[in-house]
Ligand binder design. Structure first.
Ligand SMILES: [Zn+2]
Ligand SMILES: [Zn+2]
Ligand SMILES: [Zn+2]
Length: 400
């Protein structure tokens, strides 16, 4: 607890926040609430990078954005599903229908859903008991068992009805607003634009582990060529293209906010992703993005950012896995060589080999602490990266 207390206080100081009313800095309850608040703030911003170094720029700082999934991290979540109309809509978009909240100790469900189920007279809430109730075998949990459990949770979710405010797993990608807009305009926006014949697809292993509890599938991170981590979000079920697309849009909207509006139209970025060919093949990019904000049409300039502002590449290592010739030309990492000879599209691999070391600690934490600890690690890492550039006597070996 001492660690969280100290770092929560650091965060309050760094943000220049007043100590919020009710925050005593001692009880785990008030610290937990503060960590949840910080996460809400964090979801709407990108990590700051104030002390840049010429060597950092050389590697692609600010311009080369590398996105990759780190599947080692997984956060336990409630087994409840979103149901009814919402579920249909989410399924159609290939977006996760899970409740991301932390289950109550020993239970299959989070606090909100335990209460909602109890109110409806359903009281088998213990994890093992619930799995048995669904006809699954907790000692030898299979994919079929998982299906049975899902079918039962969907029934239960219909039982509790849509009045219970289910926390949404997509809240961490971007505002619900944006998704609503995207889908209202074109319900098939997240479909593939062209079917690629099976033998022609450049596949990526997005696996699916069978675990008793619900687990997130990892995190998706955006790291700039210089090594600064700028943003991350959870991924649920699988590293689906819909989730990646939303993360990209949300990230670049925040990135543009760092710039003068007059620079928006002409600003060029490189985006590297190992599954770029599939991502770029989504319908959502074929027409302008439905972006508007409170002030009206200001964001309109950015609705063509995918074609106008972003050069798409696949990193040096992964390009070899892409069998199609078109991938090698369209998304060739050499496209950035003119501007960044030392552009580092492998920056995620190096960063993840460091971050992965915290896997055991982070994965054992409930959602609030998982998110807060990861957030603080990233802040410390970014400060260390800046320090390494500044102090040339410290060899920067880990991102070679
Ligand atoms: Zn930099
Ligand atoms: Zn829940
Ligand atoms: Zn490909």
């Amino acid at each position: 607890m001492g660690y969280y207390r100290y770092d929560v206080l650091c965060e309050i100081r760094e943000r220049g926040l007043e100590q919020p009313i009710g925050f005593d800095g001692h009880s785990s309850r008030s610290i937990n609430e503060m960590m949840a608040k910080i996460t809400k703030l964090r979801e709407n911003e990108i990590y700051k990078h104030t002390h840049c170094h010429p060597d950092c720029i050389k590697r692609g700082c600010g311009k080369l954005c590398v996105m990759d999934g780190l599947h080692k991290f997984s956060c336990v979540h409630c087994l409840m599903e979103i149901s009814g109309e919402k579920e249909k809509a989410m399924n159609a978009l290939n977006l996760p229908t899970v409740c991301p909240e932390t289950p109550v100790d020993g239970s299959a469900f989070c606090d909100i859903h335990c209460k909602a189920l109890c109110e409806k007279g359903f009281e088998i809430l213990g994890l093992r008991d619930f799995l048995l109730h669904c006809g699954a075998n907790p000692s030898n949990y299979t994919k079929d068992d998982r299906k049975k459990v899902r079918a039962r949770t969907i029934e239960l979710s219909l039982l509790i009805g849509e009045n219970v405010k289910t926390p949404s797993a997509i809240a961490n990608y971007t505002s619900r607003n944006l998704i609503d807009k995207v889908t209202r305009k074109d319900p098939s926006a997240f479909d593939r634009a062209e079917e690629i014949p099976e033998e022609m697809t450049c596949t990526k292993d997005l696996g699916n582990a069978q675990q008793l509890r619900g687990h997130s599938r990892g995190i998706l991170a955006m790291i700039e060529g210089g090594g600064i981590i700028r943003s991350w979000c959870h991924i649920y079920r699988s590293e689906s293209l819909s989730q990646a697309a939303l993360f990209v849009i949300a990230f670049f909207l925040m990135k543009f906010r760092e710039l003068q509006e007059s620079q928006w139209a002409s600003q060029k970025f490189y985006l590297s992703y190992d599954n770029m060919c599939q991502l770029a093949n989504m319908k959502i990019w074929r027409s302008p993005l439905p972006l508007t904000d409170k002030e009206g049409s200001r964001l309109n300039i950015l609705s063509n950012m995918w074609t106008q502002n972003i050069t798409k590449i696949i990193d040096v290592l992964h390009i070899n896995n892409h069998k199609r010739e078109s991938c090698k030309t369209l998304y060739n990492p050499d496209l950035m060589k003119n501007e960044f000879e030392d552009g580092n599209s492998m920056v995620c691999e190096a960063t993840f080999s460091w971050l992965g070391k915290y896997k055991k600690i982070i994965n054992s934490l409930p959602k609030t602490r998982f998110e807060f600890l990861l957030h603080r690690l990233i802040i410390h890492r970014n400060q260390y990266t800046e320090y390494c550039y500044r102090v040339t006597t410290v060899k920067i070996v880990y991102w070679k």
